[in-house]
Design a protein around this ligand. Structure first.
Ligand SMILES: [Zn+2]
Length: 232
């Protein structure tokens, strides 16, 4: 099912829970995250309906529910750029060793992919209309993307909106999975606070519907996560 949510993008959802987004750009389409294995056909069908080529695949992070359809999609559009942070590119390649300065334990599934990034990207760069924002915590190299045209924020797994807006530093009792997959909750909370400062007009997460006017809900989610962090 594809759900048009704004002029600038189309949401492709698996089970209403796992999202991929197609962002319309002047030079073609940018796919943000590929969702679960088997989602490639839906993404390609939606791109066909939009009548423009997929020129880029950008990944917020290397968890299996975000890179699941990367190989099948890349096989269909081999000339598209494939972009991910240099840190999560290591995870995408199947290497789960912690890097210098990192501690704790990586969580969630990192199945890796055959597809290699054509280039790695970092916070502060621009990809088409998207500002790249470093948001480590859920994974060490997590990235978010802010569309500078309408301020839609593709926040990956920094926030989830299924059954309410939550950071992934604090588990939503109705949908705890993204939080269970968070590597470093302190960093994740800092990244959530950083994203709020960008004043997004809409929150487009990896899991759940796109929330328009989500600033108050983001504030609430951050405050509740901070309370938990203070207690622990
Ligand atoms: Zn994740």
């Amino acid at each position: 099912m594809s759900i048009p949510t704004a002029e600038s993008h189309t949401r492709i959802s698996r089970y209403g829970m796992v999202n991929s987004f197609i962002v319309k750009e002047e030079d073609g389409l940018t796919v943000i995250d590929t969702a679960l294995k088997g989602t490639g056909k839906k993404i390609l069908a939606e791109a066909k309906a939009l009548g423009r080529p997929i020129v880029r695949i950008v990944l917020t992070h290397a968890h299996g529910d975000h890179i699941g359809a990367l190989d099948e999609l890349h096989a269909a559009v081999p000339d598209a750029e494939v972009l991910i942070s240099s840190r999560d590119a290591i995870l995408l390649a199947g290497d789960k060793t912690l890097q210098e300065g990192e501690s704790g334990k990586l969580k969630g599934s990192y199945p890796g992919a055959k597809t290699k990034p054509t280039r790695t990207i970092e916070g502060g760069e621009r990809v088409g209309s998207l500002d790249v924002i470093a948001t480590p915590g859920h994974t060490p190299g997590h990235l978010a993307f802010l569309d500078t045209r309408d301020r839609t924020l593709y926040c990956g797994d920094v926030f989830s909106t299924l059954f309410g807006v939550y950071t992934t530093a604090r588990a939503n009792p109705l949908f705890p999975l993204p939080t269970m997959a968070t590597w470093n909750k302190e960093l994740e909370l800092e990244s959530a606070i950083e994203l709020r400062t960008h004043e997004p007009s809409a929150l487009a997460p990896g899991h759940g519907p796109v929330n328009i006017d989500a600033l108050e809900q983001m504030d609430d989610a951050i405050a509740k996560s901070a309370e938990i962090a203070a207690k622990s």
